[in-house]
Design a protein around this ligand. Sequence first.
Ligand code: SF4
Ligand code: SF4
Length: 338
Amino acid sequence: MKKTKFLKLKVREASFISRALLSSRHPVLAHLIPMRRCNLACGYCNEYDHNSKPVDFEVIKSRLDKLADLATSIVTISGGEPMMHPELDEIIHHIRQRGMIAGLISNGYYFTPERIKRLNKAGLEYLQISIDNVEPDEVSRKSLRVLDKKLRYLSEYADFHVNINSVIGGGIKNPEDALAVARRAVELGFSTTVGVIHDGDGTLKPLSKKEKDIFQEVKKMGNKDHARLNWFQDSIAEGKPYNWRCRAGARYLYICEEGLVHWCSQQRGYPGIPLEQYTMDDFDREYKTEKWCAPTCTLQCVHQVGILDNWRDPQKTPAQMAQEQKNGKSVGEMIGAD
Ligand code: SF4
Ligand code: SF4
């Protein structure tokens, strides 16, 4: 990424963070799914199919417009494999036209020099690729050996920030592969992070002693800002619950291919309201609702968004929220009474 563009992005990020600290009444990050289909079938993943069609661009455009109207700061396109969507460039371009930061999460398989140049032109600002192992196996084919050529293309042509995430846990056989992935990422000039993989229901798989040691070593090589924001991972790696306030459904939104708002990829169905009907009442309710899955949650991006408001606005359990609404007492009054 060119230095001037990198500095501009940092300034924009800083202004979005200041805005998020000043007001808690807009989404900070939305993950938008333009298609569920994926070319791979990772053993730990519950977020893909092999036959769904891409969502029409006009439909996605209206969802992006709604996110912009809600004053969302960052939109990350995810999947499935979003690079399979035929109008991905137009989607990214529209995110930028509406003044939001444009990010992409991909498995890396479809990057060619020509495709990277098109993404540069569309205005992509962030790309994250997760690499699970060095050699492909039955759990994952997101492998360094398969993807190394793609990483070299990115290093040469990408005019956007590239982060390589390595992973520990979730049935990955050789935890030391995470070290090899992180070293290669640094060598090619990318930032690098490490995550603990969630299991099928989004909760924690305890790490072995060897996994824990490697996890700490990879973290030291990585992005310092990211490590500072991810202290929850130390508790999770130790198998201990972490006490935080998940603001999913409010500061973080997960919009599925059907256009419904969910807490996150692992808690689909809550609240399950169409984005076009989502109001600030929905936002306020979810902001104040305590999530039962929070103590063992491993979803890094939602934790990072949660940090912005962890110091303010205590939450209530869903049952308490329902009782308060039944009693006709406003949530604002109840929180104030705290
Ligand atoms: S590449 Fe990503 S979306 Fe596809 S199966 Fe693997 S983890 Fe799931
Ligand atoms: S704590 Fe939040 S982000 Fe984590 S699984 Fe639950 S709803 Fe999703």
